[in-house]
Design a protein around this ligand. Structure first.
Ligand code: UTP
Length: 297
């Protein structure tokens, strides 16, 4: 088995029900955070870790993802005519990324989406990136996970400590700390209620997996919500190999959820050179009004 990681799977075939009606006919992954669609942040994160072979799992109403990473001759001609060199460069960069697409006919769950990528991954270890978990480019989570994989040669799940009031939204591990930030996983539970959660260590949308997961996924039965769950398959994998968790302490936005999406938009806008100044002035005025109305009520 080749040990270096070159490949990344982007499951993007989900129905995005938390963003309806916006996601009725357009992909959630194409919702912009300021001026880039969510999936582009994830793709750039993968490329920064030299994961240059990318497969996106798509489904119905997802064609705009393919168009986004392809030439737009009309647009390029127009930008050329108006001398917008920087924008042309920015757009051409997207066309050069090596991306394959595989359709998931029915949204049968994250585990099922990943199993579709088997012919692309073959017998190599690979990363999984859920693009609605946005990690700012200055964070090194994926790089750290790739480095840890080289050492451990085992699947690695990104973990975050979350408040128990939110634990029901995540896959959660039962694990033992082996060294600073590294946990040996003993068990996993998908979306437990706070009473039954084995810990406050939630799995977030970055994984390094090994190809033996595909045999497990092929045998997996639908779990929670009638979906083929990745968490269940990793749980079954624990019978035959070690799995580790890597605790992330940096900034992450759950942009698959409206509140997380808005927080990401605000923080990224405050860092965007084009709008940061007028936007922070606007936020200042909004918060001033909010404080005044809170003081007078
Ligand atoms: P989510 O749990 O966020 O589901 O999926 P969703 O459908 O995107 O959104 P909601 O919960 O209905 O609002 C996590 C990731 O797995 C992908 C999604 O596209 C998302 O990137 N996924 C999920 C698939 O590719 N296929 C599936 O069958 C389910």
């Amino acid at each position: 088995m080749t040990q270096g990681i070159k490949k990344a799977i982007f499951p993007a075939a989900g129905l995005g029900t938390r963003f309806l009606p916006a996601t009725k006919a357009s992909p959630k992954e194409m919702l912009p955070i300021v001026d880039k669609p969510m999936i582009q942040y994830g793709v750039e994160e993968a490329l920064a870790c030299h994961l240059n072979e990318i497969v996106i799992i798509t489904g119905k109403h997802k064609r705009s993802i393919e168009d986004h990473f392809d030439h737009s001759f009309e647009l390029e001609a127009k930008l050329k005519k108006s001398g917008k060199k920087k924008l042309i460069e920015e757009i051409n960069r997207l066309n050069k990324i090596n991306i394959a697409y595989i359709r998931q006919g029915y949204a049968l769950g994250l585990g099922h989406a990943i199993s579709r990528a088997r012919p692309f991954i073959k017998d190599e270890p690979f990363a999984v990136i859920l693009s609605d978990d946005i990690i700012p480019p200055e964070e090194s989570l994926l790089k750290d996970m790739v480095r840890l994989y080289k050492e451990l040669k085992c699947p690695i799940l990104a973990l975050e400590k979350v408040p128990m009031s939110e634990i029901h939204r995540y896959g959660v591990i039962d694990g033992v700390k082996e060294e600073d930030g590294v946990y040996r996983v003993n068990n996993l539970v998908e979306k437990p209620d706070a009473e039954h959660a084995p810990s406050d260590l939630a799995i977030l949308g970055r994984y390094i997996l090994t190809p033996d997961i595909f045999d497990v996924l092929d045998k997996s039965k639908p779990g929670r919500g009638g979906e083929i769950q990745l968490t269940d398959a990793i749980g079954a994998l624990l019978k035959s190999r070690r799995v580790y968790g890597y605790l992330f302490k940096g900034k992450r936005y759950d942009a698959g959820d409206k509140f997380g999406y808005l927080k990401a938009t605000i923080d990224f806008a405050l860092k965007n050179s084009e709008v940061s100044e007028p936007f922070s002035q606007y936020l200042f005025e909004v918060t001033k009004k909010l404080r005044q109305s809170a003081a007078s009520s």
